[in-house]
Design a protein around this ligand. Structure first.
Ligand SMILES: NC(=O)c1ccc[n+]([C@@H]2O[C@H](COP(=O)([O-])OP(=O)(O)OC[C@H]3O[C@@H](n4cnc5c(N)ncnc54)[C@H](O)[C@@H]3O)[C@@H](O)[C@H]2O)c1
Length: 240
């Protein structure tokens, strides 16, 4: 079963959120031991999964805190895959007072946090000579955003470029780095936002599980020759 994840330890950031939670559920049901990370430990999701007989644990760190990220990653008995999913998308306007501070937060969470996480994970995986890193970018990196503000679009553009940088660096170490770029997905992040579904060929927003499944695929043996790829999962709003 090349798509199963039996025995793999997979760390998922942003696991209290819409896509992260479903990623934990899908990976756990495929046999992985999931470690759910967020700013507050997602114990409810981890407890639910363990009550169903799956292997799950909750940990807490802020992705912008390098020391905290490294402490958790280095404390895991082993780590087969990391899903860099934590993200922040304020729906604001760059003319607003105080916007520059928000810009820094968005870059810190979406980009600097990604550096902290993948740097630490790469070092652990390099010890074993194998591993998977899946980075959650966005259709915003492809099209300049459907409704998102400038900071988020710039951060996700940087994310998608970084996927290729990291993939080149990691591949000779036996570690595959790939990415999923979701379109508009119904999660707490998009609550209260209106998307023009008439402009989406599939005429609907996506569900978090529909992003979780491609993420799980990228962690599996099924993606064994994929390197630096971005899967566009967006109902057809952007076709590469
Ligand atoms: N929902 C969408 O339409 C959409 C579209 C494209 C890309 N994405 C991306 O998908 C990923 C998941 O988003 P989602 O829609 O599930 O959003 P969400 O808001 O439901 O979940 C995001 C999670 O990230 C966590 N997080 C934020 N800042 C953090 C920090 N400093 N440290 C640790 N955790 C932090 C939050 O606590 C939250 O649980 C994000 O990277 C997002 O940019 C989402």
């Amino acid at each position: 079963m090349v798509f199963r994840l039996d025995g793999q330890t997979i760390l998922i950031t942003g696991a209290a959120g819409g896509i992260g939670k479903q990623t934990a559920v899908v990976c756990a049901t495929l046999g992985a031991n999931v470690v759910l990370a967020d700013r507050q430990a997602p114990t409810d999701v981890a407890d639910f999964l363990t009550s169903q007989g799956y292997a799950a644990a909750a940990v807490v760190f802020d992705v912008t805190d390098r020391v905290a990220v490294e402490r958790v990653i280095n404390g895991l008995p082993k780590i087969d895959a990391v899903v860099a999913n934590a993200g922040y998308c304020p729906w604001d306007d760059w003319n607003e007072a105080g916007w520059d501070e928000i810009f820094k937060q968005v870059i810190d969470i979406n980009l600097l946090g990604l550096m902290h996480l993948t740097r630490a994970a790469l070092a652990r995986m390099a010890e074993l000579g194998k591993g998977r890193i899946v980075i959650v970018s966005s259709v915003a990196a492809r099209v300049g955003g459907l409704a998102a503000s400038a900071h988020y679009v710039a951060a996700k553009g940087g994310t998608s470029a970084f996927v290729k940088w990291l993939a080149r660096r990691a591949a000779p170490l036996g570690i595959a780095v790939n990415s999923v770029a979701p379109g508009a997905i119904s999660t707490p992040m998009t609550d209260g936002q209106t998307f023009d579904v008439a402009g989406i060929p599939m005429r609907r927003m996506g569900e978090p599980r529909e992003i979780a499944m491609p993420i799980a695929f990228l962690c599996s043996e099924g993606a064994s020759y994929m390197c630096g790829a971005t899967l566009d999962v967006n109902g057809g709003v952007y076709m590469n």
